[in-house]
Design a protein around this ligand. Structure first.
Ligand code: ZN
Length: 290
């Protein structure tokens, strides 16, 4: 059997954390921490596109129907670009979105920054989500897996590459990020959002957020990006996406009482969670330069 190596830095200096059986596919996985780069990951690293296309994780139904609400990471990205980077207009900038999903970010960026459909490129593996993107007016869609081979298909360079809630799904993060940097213009920026593994009660909440394989294979925290991208880091911050109080009550009620209709009983637990999320926020936004 091959020795297990870190999929980011290739180190074999790993610490085994635990065995799990994923409720998404009933398969066994091992959870590791890399002592060199501080990535956490699950093995075997075998990508399963059925998670998305066959809606094994039920949230993808909303992608296919095109009625997903504006995600919190999109709101946070807009806020940081406006407040920290003083960006108002991106009409002449070339934007690539990797793992564009239902292209909801195209709709929001068009409204907020006046981006043009000619300058926006979406890469998306899930052909059902691609149909939603087309309905939203996206014209440059590449329905492919994102790896080195994509460099043969895309000859343009981009001012902004968006990878919102995409990196944690990868099985080859080093290749994924290298390809992103190759597609960036010299003064371009790469915007990444991922779940923050340093959040409160992660073990308790990983199932409800599907933060487990074969949906998510990788886990990040601030320390990982600061350690490995020190010279490229232009922004890093945590944020708290729990803006849906009622939805949170239903999720917590399902976990605690196995019945979401008992949601009023979970209100004290959700209030406690909101306070803890302020202290250890569940999401991370990172902006890197080339
Ligand atoms: Zn590593």
């Amino acid at each position: 059997m091959d020795r297990i190596k870190c999929p980011f830095c290739e180190s074999e200096d790993l610490r085994f954390k635990r065995n799990i059986v994923s409720p998404l596919n009933n398969k066994k996985y091992k959870h590791w921490f890399c002592k060199d780069c501080h990535l956490e990951f699950f093995t075997p690293l075998i990508f399963e596109k059925e998670v998305y296309i066959d809606e094994i994780d039920s949230s993808y139904k909303e992608f296919h129907k095109g009625n997903r609400a504006i995600p919190d990471w999109t709101d946070e990205t807009i806020k940081i670009l406006k407040n920290n980077f003083k960006i108002k207009d991106l009409s002449n900038k070339k934007i690539l979105e990797v793992g564009a999903g239902d292209c909801i970010n195209f709709v929001v960026f068009k409204k907020e920054f006046n981006i043009s459909k000619e300058n926006y490129y979406a890469i998306e593996l899930d052909y059902k989500s691609v149909e939603t993107c087309k309905k939203r007016g996206v014209v440059n869609i590449i329905n492919e897996f994102f790896d080195e081979k994509i460099l043969d298909k895309i000859k343009d360079k981009f001012d902004i590459i968006l990878c919102l809630e995409v990196l944690e799904h990868q099985i080859k993060p080093k290749e994924f990020l290298d390809v992103c940097f190759k597609l960036l213009k010299e003064d371009g920026i790469l915007i990444i959002s991922v779940p923050n593994r340093d959040r409160f009660l992660i073990r308790f909440r990983e199932i409800s957020s599907s933060d487990i394989p074969p949906h998510h294979f990788l886990r990040f925290n601030k320390k990982f990006f600061i350690r490995n991208f020190k010279n490229k880091l232009v922004y890093i911050g945590c944020f708290n996406p729990d803006k849906y109080f009622y939805k949170s009550c239903k999720i917590v009620s399902k976990i605690l009482f196995k019945n979401e209709n008992l949601w009023p009983l979970s209100i004290p637990a959700v209030i406690f969670l909101i306070i803890m999320n302020k202290i250890s926020p569940p999401s991370l936004l990172v902006i890197l330069k080339k």
